[in-house]
Design a protein around this ligand. Structure first.
Ligand code: ADP
Length: 397
């Protein structure tokens, strides 16, 4: 019986994909189409340890989807594909869970595009091209925001006029939800507890970074807001700032709103602080070599993260474990050490050897016996999307 799900993560100039067998949880074919819209667009396929690159003459998302279809047919994998699961960034308040895609769902995702103008249109392009290339297959949308829809009002409301919430959807939504769902499930398994009985603060630290308070598997609060700019220090994003900075910078630098937004999204964070790089690994190398700007940038990052983790415990009332995931969370023993040391008062105590061991795909506990555990967990958003898609398709049979 066919049991594979094709997972699509479509961006404005890229399209990532993975073919996942939801019974064995094995990923067979993966790949990435890049530079879509440009003359040198190309698509890379990885299969059984091998790699193949094709140029995409038309350079469009449709051409990329067509190449994926062709590759699936060539490798004899097409008949195993049961459905397609799409990552969709913003589901607003409309989507509290993953859903089968139909015309009404497409219209609702279009409506949410006003909240995520950079992401949702690209996600929709992926959906439309997949519907054209794979007309017979069921398609499912999995939303980054859905997990956080369980947040209570006190966590998601900004203290601005309520009319802005009612009329413009101004509230905190949160992102990285698919990762939080996967990682909290894994953490409960690692601790041998039912998910319903757990209270976690999870930090998803990649180029974009956020943290979330998760009680019994439900999102209670998170650091990202209306947009992914709020919260932690990130690769190139400032995270929390005084909103007064907008007016101040507009005056001081003669910038319009777009100019300030660009500065806070693209030139800030680790890059802005270090004046070296947005990449955590490069900064760590520089810090180990004694570079003061790199040390300072990582110091601000760790302090702000520790401060937010402590703040998020207020949403839980207790703390069963701190979870680290994402490229930085899964690899940076340097930052984890600094964060855990700042959280000693919450009962966390670092196991330095375990912390050094948990890198490059090695999951585990990095605190001592008797400490509140801190766990390193490898996220797998693609698998989560595939499992949701398979479950929804199964339900409909
Ligand atoms: P994205 O949000 O784009 O998915 P990732 O989750 O892949 O990003 O995380 C990218 C970040 O992880 C980069 O800052 C990178 O430097 C960092 N990272 C990856 N490996 C290491 C490592 N060994 N040590 C420190 N940081 C690392």
């Amino acid at each position: 019986m066919s049991s594979s799900i094709l997972v699509i993560n479509c961006g404005s100039s890229s399209l990532k994909f993975a073919l996942i067998d939801t019974v064995t949880q094995h990923t067979s074919l993966t790949g990435l189409a890049e530079k879509l819209g440009l003359a040198d667009a190309q698509i890379t396929f990885k299969y059984q340890g091998g790699k193949a690159v094709q140029t995409l003459a038309a350079g469009t998302h449709a051409a990329a989807m067509h190449a994926i279809l062709g590759q699936l047919q060539e490798l004899g994998l097409f008949d195993s594909v049961r459905a397609i699961g799409h990552r969709v960034v913003h589901g607003g308040e409309r989507f509290k869970a993953s859903t089968r895609i139909d015309d009404e769902v497409i219209a609702a995702i279009e409506d949410c595009a006003r909240l995520a103008p950079l992401h949702n249109p690209a996600n929709l392009l992926g959906i439309h091209t997949a519907l054209e290339s794979f007309p017979g297959l069921p398609q499912v949308a999995v939303f980054d925001t859905a997990f956080h829809q369980s947040m209570p009002e006190r966590a998601y409301l900004y203290a601005v006029p309520m009319a802005l919430y009612r009329e413009h959807g101004v509230r905190r939504y949160g992102f990285h939800g698919t990762s939080y769902r996967f990682v909290s499930g894994e953490a409960a398994r690692m601790l041998g507890k039912p998910l319903e009985d757990t209270a976690f603060v999870c930090a998803h630290l990649g180029n974009g970074a956020s943290a979330a308070a998760i009680l019994g598997g439900q999102g209670m609060d998170t650091t990202m807001g209306l947009t992914p700019l709020e919260g932690l220090v990130m690769g190139t994003r400032s995270g929390d700032i005084d909103p007064g900075l907008f007016g101040y910078l507009a005056g001081a630098l003669k910038l319009d709103v777009n100019g300030v937004t660009e500065l806070l999204n693209k030139q800030s964070g680790l890059l802005g602080l270090s004046e070296l790089s947005s990449d955590c690994r490069e900064l760590e190398d520089a810090a180990q070599a004694g570079n003061p700007s790199a040390i300072l940038a990582l110091e601000v990052f760790s302090y702000r993260l520790a401060k937010q983790i402590a703040a998020l415990t207020v949403a839980l009332g207790r703390l069963d474990a701190v979870l680290f995931t994402g490229g930085i969370g899964e690899n940076s023993s340097y930052l984890r050490e600094r964060v855990i040391k700042l959280l000693g008062f919450l009962g966390l105590q670092l196991d330095a050897d375990a912390n050094q061991r948990c890198i490059r795909g090695q999951a585990g506990c990095i605190t001592t016996d008797g400490s509140v555990p801190a766990l390193v967990i490898n996220t797998n958003e693609e698998l989560m999307i595939a499992l949701d898609t398979a479950a929804l398709v199964e339900q409909a049979r």
